[in-house]
Design a protein around this ligand. Structure first.
Ligand SMILES: Nc1nc2c(ncn2[C@@H]2O[C@H](COP(=O)(O)OP(=O)(O)OP(=O)(O)O)[C@@H](O)[C@H]2O)c(=O)[nH]1
Ligand SMILES: [Mg+2]
Length: 500
């Protein structure tokens, strides 16, 4: 049986009545207060009345300002301020550093060469960017003055960046880049090609065929973040009726006018296929070009490129340098990860050698101070993190304590590792400690390297937390790696007992 909602409604009604009474009571109180204030004000001499009015007005103004600050709606995300881009010299130094450290610098060097080549050519580059099948190739076909017949307009087929010459109505020439569409399943590499080319262009036409999806919106804002002059072109207008078209363009204008120089509706044409019934009764398949309507786009491009390539060169250079800057950071991080790995392995080996050379290892595992200091200093250099000797000392003190508190667990883990490597167990008690020392150094190095990579500074608390976790929950792969270091060291010692 359905439950009666009457009591709940009565409670709500009661609460509402109380709220109304309170509001009315407060309002009457306020009006009373104001009237009283007004009466008393009238009774005061003019010299006292004016300052009082000024004070009350200032207080009310202050309250209103505060309320506005707190309650005003968040500003709409408009044009993102472009990130400050380091100068060419700084970027070239970083790319050279990348090359010296065996990083993949070739594509960045190529990008710098292309940057100069285009600047010297004086040509004005416009890139057509957008999701697959929005009509970029068709648009190129309609705009290009050369090799038009060569432009591939079968959906989903633009696989690489191709350049065509196009002419504006005023006779100026543009280099138009047809690019692979974004948003294609397993097309991330082609997508990257398109993004890089968009950044290399003086201006970008962002082609859509309907309202923007979340991914398109993010892409457009990403480009705007580089300060690219952009036109948002709503293609395939012929598919909308007048009211749909106007509503869509108005919505796009409201959302993107802050980041796009122009928002235009166009029809790139494309091909249409239909069936034609012939007099003899046969049915023929016909393919023909739809007529294009690109006047508004040409007009927008004419305005944007009015000062020629030179007028847009500084912004183009900033976008390309900004992209090289971002890519170099990613590549340098990869290099740093690789170098950290090698550094930690090297010091772990030294710690193992040191542990096995010790005549009588104690029951504690102690970080060997000089080795620990040298490893942290080297990791700081790899990650380009400034660090003071005092910080290293403090960190080692802190981590040494963590190690002492976890000694029993680490020794137990080392004991288990011994069981997993049956050959190791026969090699004597020193091996157990060697594995424990190895694990300690490996954990210390990884913890410090992770905080350097994450924060570009030494975060002692975080380093300690990571080290504790790495020490007490080592993965099987890490234990095996350390055990292998111990085995290698033992083998070397057997081959060369005098250490020559
Ligand atoms: N109705 C209509 N169809 C169009 C228009 N422009 C292009 N098309 C059609 O849209 C489809 C895709 O066109 P493409 O020019 O290949 O699109 P694209 O953006 O180059 O595609 P990808 O290279 O895959 O990124 C084709 O079938 C075109 O005929 C237009 O203005 N109206
Ligand atoms: Mg295409």
């Amino acid at each position: 049986m359905p439950k009666s909602r009457l009591p709940l409604r009565l409670i709500l009604l009661g609460l509402l009545a109380i709220a109304v009474v309170i509001v009315v009571w407060l309002a009457i109180g306020m009006i009373n207060g104001l009237l009283e204030f007004h009466e008393r004000l009238q009774a005061l001499p003019l010299v006292m009345r004016i300052p009082l009015i000024v004070i009350v007005a200032a207080a009310l103004g202050g309250i209103a300002w505060l309320a506005w600050k707190l309650l005003r709606p968040a500003p709409r995300s408009g044009r993102r301020k472009p990130e400050p881009v380091p100068d060419r010299q700084t970027i070239e130094t970083r790319v050279a550093d990348l090359r010296a450290r065996d990083g993949d610098a070739a594509s960045l060097e190529q990008e710098l060469i292309e940057l100069d080549r285009r600047r010297l050519s004086g040509e004005c580059h416009v890139a057509l960017f957008g999701e697959i099948s929005t009509g970029k190739s068709s648009l190129i076909r309609s705009l290009a003055s050369t090799a038009a017949a060569d432009v591939d307009v079968i959906g989903g087929t633009t696989r690489w960046v191709r350049h065509f010459h196009g002419r504006l109505p005023d006779g100026r020439e543009l280099v138009l880049a047809d690019m692979p569409g974004t948003g294609e399943v397993s097309g991330s590499q082609r997508e990257q090609l398109a993004r890089d080319e968009a950044l290399r262009a003086h201006a970008v036409v962002y082609v859509v065929a309907s309202d923007l999806t979340r991914a398109q919106d993010a892409e457009l804002r990403w480009l705007a973040g580089f300060g690219k002059p952009m036109v948002l072109a709503l293609n395939k207008l012929d598919r909308f009726d007048d009211s749909e078209r106007d509503a869509l363009l108005a919505a796009l204008n409201a959302r993107y006018s802050a980041i796009c120089r122009a928002i235009v509706g166009i029809s790139a044409g494309g091909q249409e296929r239909f069936e034609r019934s012939l007099a003899d009764g046969r049915v023929e398949q016909v393919t023909r070009e739809r007529s294009a309507e690109t006047g508004r786009l040409l007009d927008a491009l004419r305005r944007i490129t009015a000062d020629g390539a030179q007028g847009l060169e500084a912004a183009r250079e900033a976008a390309v340098l900004g992209s090289i800057d971002q890519r170099s950071h990613v590549l340098l991080r990869e290099v740093a990860t690789r170098e950290s790995e090698a550094c930690v392995t090297r010091y772990t080996r030294r710690a193992v050698v040191g542990a096995m050379a010790a005549v009588a290892p104690g029951s504690d595992i102690i970080i060997q101070g000089a080795l620990g200091t040298a490893m942290i200093r080297e990791l700081a250099r790899i990650h380009d993190v400034p660090i003071r000797e005092l910080d290293i000392e403090n960190l080692l003190g802190r981590l040494g304590l963590t190690l002492r508190n976890t000694t029993a667990i680490v020794l137990a883990i080392a004991g288990n590792a011994l069981k997993a490597f049956p050959g190791l167990g026969t090699l004597g008690g020193g091996v157990l400690h060697a594995i424990a020392y190895g694990l300690a150094f490996d954990s210390l190095g990884r913890a410090v390297a992770m905080t350097f990579a994450e924060h570009a500074r030494l975060d002692q608390v975080e380093a300690e937390q990571i080290m504790r976790k790495l020490l007490t929950e080592p993965s099987r792969e890490r234990i095996e790696r350390v055990a292998r270091v111990v085995i290698d060291t033992l083998r070397k010692r057997e081959d060369d007992p005098d250490g020559n």
